[in-house]
Ligand binder design. Structure first.
Ligand code: FEO
Length: 385
């Protein structure tokens, strides 16, 4: 695509992946995505910030060729291949270009891309002069790998952030913030940033010292109101008071319990979101967990253990560590249930308190459903609704 000017001497040179529908073979991308790079042309040197996914290398190279760009520096803010994967091709065309990154980033570039280049490690706070433009690098580890950093263009106040503040949105209006931007950004946060919420908080504090006029991430649109996304990140890292019911059902008995719990919680004015994890895309489930303080796991048994769709969802919950404080287990079983102990094993990373389980042999009777009502009242109590 043709480069877009976003400020004097600053160009968007990204590639848009309109048709990509999953990321990491895990999370659906209902709106596609983009891999953004930016060319910054100073009076004495030019830098390219990030590159693109290898499958889109030709498009980036064509854009740079059309611009007749001479690249002196390639700033690699993060070594994951959707941003670094075209560096080998770039180095063939610009063999004199220096590749700048944090020390862990340089190490990862060598390991992931198997390239030997003209690498230069940058330190926190270091600056790079392009003549009339100055780049300042701020090391922001674990958003979301140990190698990550952001780049601040001092003269314009533009902050280039790679994955930090990204969203999976393919749009031709790269300078417009779509109305549902925060929904997509939250989905992105849940999948990519949630396990590192403490590091997100400390990096937010670090970059809040900069006067930022615009945030230019490496996925999704440029954000012209930085406080919009920074305030949202601050809220997401603080957790919430929602109740998420992760469930599935085989013959309907567990569904009866889930429906009763949902109705009772609504009657009690408690915010609740049941998610059939076998039916919904993983991204939607993870997004709901960002604001959850209570997770109810509701599953039928498969050979006495949780249904595989539930086990898979809990594997992710355990890895992504949402801000959940309480877990309750519900479900219907046939001849025996080891669900509660299996759920505890699957969620061993979470520091949570378990509420009393409601496990029912067969189709729930009214007396069983009254135990579900009691669970709802207990949830209301612990959750401070
Ligand atoms: Fe968009 Fe961590 O790569």
């Amino acid at each position: 695509m043709t480069a877009k000017r976003i400020a004097e001497g600053v160009y968007y040179t990204g590639t848009i992946d309109w048709d990509r529908r999953t990321f990491d073979e895990l999370v659906a991308l209902p709106r596609g995505t983009s891999y953004n790079s930016y060319l910054i042309s100073g009076s004495s040197a030019t830098a390219l910030i990030d590159s693109t996914e290898p499958s889109m290398a030709d498009e980036l190279l064509r854009t740079l060729e059309e611009m007749d760009a001479e690249i002196n520096y390639i700033v690699s803010q993060h070594a994951e291949q959707d941003h670094s994967g075209t560096i080998p091709e770039l180095l063939e065309i610009y063999p004199e270009a220096e590749v700048l990154g944090t020390p862990p980033c340089i190490e990862l570039l060598e390991e992931l891309l198997r390239i030997k280049g003209n690498f230069r490690e940058v330190r926190d706070g270091e600056t790079l002069s392009l003549g009339d433009k100055t780049l300042r690098f701020t090391v922001t580890p674990w958003v979301h790998w140990p190698d990550t950093m952001v780049t601040y263009l001092e003269e314009e106040g533009i902050l280039f952030t790679c994955d930090f503040f990204g969203s999976h949105i393919a749009t031709s209006e790269i300078m417009e913030t779509p109305e549902d931007f925060l929904r997509e950004a939250k989905r992105y946060y849940a999948h990519i940033m949630m396990p590192f919420s403490q590091m997100v908080t400390s990096n937010l504090s670090k970059i809040s010292k900069l006067e930022v006029s615009m945030i230019a991430p490496s996925h999704g649109p440029v954000i012209s109101e930085p406080e919009l996304i920074m305030d949202a990140y601050a809220a997401w890292t603080s957790g919430g008071d929602g109740v998420v019911i992760a469930y599935t059902t085989m013959h309907g008995s567990t569904r009866v319990m889930v429906e009763r719990l949902t109705e009772k919680l609504m009657e009690l004015d408690v915010g609740v979101r049941p998610v059939n994890v076998a039916e919904h895309d993983t991204g939607e489930f993870l997004t709901e967990l960002v604001d959850a303080s209570v997770l109810v796991v509701a599953s039928p048994t498969v050979l006495t253990r949780p249904h595989p769709a539930i086990a898979s969802a809990l594997y992710l919950v355990n890895a992504l560590k949402p801000p959940v404080k309480y877990v309750a287990v519900m479900g219907s079983y046939g001849w025996g249930s080891l669900i509660e102990s299996e759920v505890r094993k699957l969620l061993s990373n979470l520091n949570v308190e378990y509420l009393e389980s409601v496990l029912v042999k067969g189709l729930p009777l009214e007396e069983d459903l009254q135990r579900v009502d009691e669970l709802a009242m207990k949830i209301k109590g612990v959750n401070g609704w």
